[in-house]
Design a protein around this ligand. Structure first.
Ligand code: AMP
Ligand code: ZN
Ligand code: ZN
Length: 417
């Protein structure tokens, strides 16, 4: 896969170098999300095709944003903004100004641009005159800042993963100027196995082996098109997993009398919208009531979580401790199995919440295992790969410079393998 002219190819594409001057399209970038691929899952079993990516590229743990859920984190990766900045503050939200609800399965909401702040990279690329194809990436179905990606498809989790790969390969078959420069793939099977069976299960290992076969299919397709040496591939996950248990449950109706507050989102981050005038009562009733539930007013959420400055964050936020679930007495009785397996959503500082970062291609150094990288920096990294001027964001290009060919090398903590 690696060839001696890779370095030459990358230098030609470096900002300010020939590609910009000549006006040609940058090398395509494929961003793959494997939902819930915890940072250590690749070490669980023999995965030869993923191991090839590690051997030929860069690997690190990916530190997500809070809350460590799917929609907030996918959108942080492509905007370089914290959820409090881009507005996707949870998978399920209520916006009082819009008087509207958002959930992942609400097609009208997901396609409504009013929910999506900031500028995702496909819009940055389209504004620069390039085509993009973000298949199934959260936000890709909405018009944002008056624009849409060239190719997008309504989310359909019944579409087989093989078909998703073949769609991306077909888009890459377009010639020169009409070939997308930014494409995405999304795979949910590892997350589902983790939720249902837990991080230590045989089912999780089977999902990892299926993922490896998908990587084989993708690499073979790219190799057949002689694209493998030319394009950059970045594989990420939105969060990790921590095991849950029916023995670690906070029953909210035992703590909070009915009628005091509306529950907007559930577990492990409870979002409470108190009835008018009852915010103080709700806080007083809940604060300190359960040893494994930390209760905050929005303005007092710990600063390192970057989770205050958006009205979609509800007035009271209560966060369960790692591995603890929040539910109702009725759900506990009727669906105890839902409290086994694993979940995510907790503090990104917990290693169990860290995802995976792999990157391979002409821009990336080879066989490098680095320190954890925060996902907030990936928008800047991807703009650099595509020679785009980034929109304002909270990431820093310096944080990922160590992984690039021809950039600062041998920074502390990063070891060539
Ligand atoms: P989570 O439990 O937060 O990891 O959410 C994972 C689930 O999000 C997946 O199993 C999908 O059902 C759903 N999902 C992922 N991407 C999308 C999307 N673009 N649109 C709607 N639902 C999605
Ligand atoms: Zn997820
Ligand atoms: Zn999940």
């Amino acid at each position: 896969m690696r060839t001696s002219f890779r370095l030459v190819a990358w230098l030609a594409l470096a900002p300010g170098a020939a590609a910009c001057g000549s006006g040609g399209p940058p090398a395509p970038l494929l961003l793959i999300s494997v939902d819930g691929l915890r940072h250590d899952y690749l070490d669980k079993t023999d995965l030869p095709h993923l191991a090839r990516l590690v051997r030929e590229g860069v690997r690190a743990s990916l530190v997500p944003a809070f809350p460590t859920k799917t929609f907030p984190n996918h959108y942080t990766i492509v905007t370089g903004l914290y959820p409090e900045e881009h507005g996707i503050v949870a998978n399920t939200m209520y916006d009082a100004a819009l008087d509207a609800w958002f959930s992942m399965s609400n097609r009208a909401a997901v396609q409504d641009g009013r929910w999506w702040g900031g500028e995702p990279i496909w819009i940055t690329a389209e504004r620069a005159g390039w085509r993009t194809a973000p298949l199934f990436w959260p936000g890709s179905e909405a018009e944002i800042r008056g624009l849409r990606p060239t190719h997008w498809v309504p989310f359909d989790n019944t579409m087989p993963n093989e078909t998703r790969i073949d769609s991306v390969l077909a888009w890459l078959d377009a010639p020169g100027a009409v070939r997308p420069v930014f494409l995405t793939l999304y795979v949910s099977t590892v997350d589902v196995a983790g939720h249902d069976h837990g991080p230590e299960s045989a089912e999780l290992v089977a999902a990892l082996q299926d993922l490896d076969a998908l990587v084989e299919r993708l690499l073979a397709g790219l190799e057949r098109r002689q694209l493998l040496d030319e394009m950059n591939i970045v594989l990420v996950s939105d969060h990790g997993h921590a095991a849950t248990s029916p023995d670690r449950v906070i029953v909210i109706d035992d703590l909070l009398p009915a009628g005091l507050a509306r529950i907007v989102d559930w577990s492990p981050v409870l979002q409470l919208r108190p009835e008018p005038g009852l915010e103080d009562s709700v806080y007083r009733v809940l604060a300190g009531r359960h040893p494994h539930l930390q209760v905050y007013r929005r303005a007092d959420v710990p600063a390192h979580l970057h989770y205050r400055a958006n009205p979609r964050i509800q007035p009271i936020v209560a966060i369960a401790d790692e591995g603890w679930s929040i539910t109702t007495r009725r759900r506990l009785r009727e669906r105890p199995a839902a409290l086994m397996g694993a979940n995510h959503g907790w503090d990104p500082a917990l290693p169990s919440m860290w995802g995976t970062f792999l990157a391979v291609g002409p821009a990336f150094r080879q066989g490098l295992v680095g320190d954890p990288v925060a996902s907030i920096h990936l928008y800047e990294l991807m703009c650099r790969l595509l020679n785009l001027t980034p929109a304002p964001n909270s990431g820093s290009p310096d944080s990922t410079a160590w992984m690039l060919v021809g950039r600062a090398t041998a920074e502390k903590g990063n070891s060539e393998k």
